[in-house]
Write a protein that binds this ligand. Structure first.
Ligand SMILES: [Zn+2]
Length: 107
């Protein structure tokens, strides 16, 4: 087995991506996802010390599509769609306190 956890479903909203994992849902802010975009352009910008994304459109999510079985491709309001986010990374981000603006309360 691969050991990769896959979400049961994914909700795309303007300002957040919500992942429904077998043990609960996590929401990731679109702005945080964009600032953590893993594509070569954004990575290069960060290395230069620049913010990779500026403006409301750049931090608005418009679509998300699965890439094979290992990742999610996000498309932002400014048309940027080169960021591929492996499920394992999204899973780890959901667990990081800094990115959990409103932690889910277990029912
Ligand atoms: Zn990018």
């Amino acid at each position: 087995m691969s050991g990769i956890e896959l979400p049961l479903s994914v909700d795309v909203a303007d300002d957040a991506l919500t992942l429904h994992w077998p043990d609960g849902a996590t929401s990731l802010a679109a702005a945080d996802l964009r600032s953590g975009c893993r594509c070569a352009d954004c990575h290069a910008a960060r290395l230069r010390g620049e913010a990779p994304a500026v403006g409301a459109a750049a931090t608005t999510l418009v679509d998300a599509a699965a890439v094979g079985h290992y990742a999610l491709q996000l498309r932002f309001g400014d048309g940027h769609d080169r960021g591929i986010f492996p499920w394992a990374v999204l899973r780890a981000l959901g667990r990081a306190p800094a990115l959990s603006a409103s932690p889910d309360t277990p029912r």
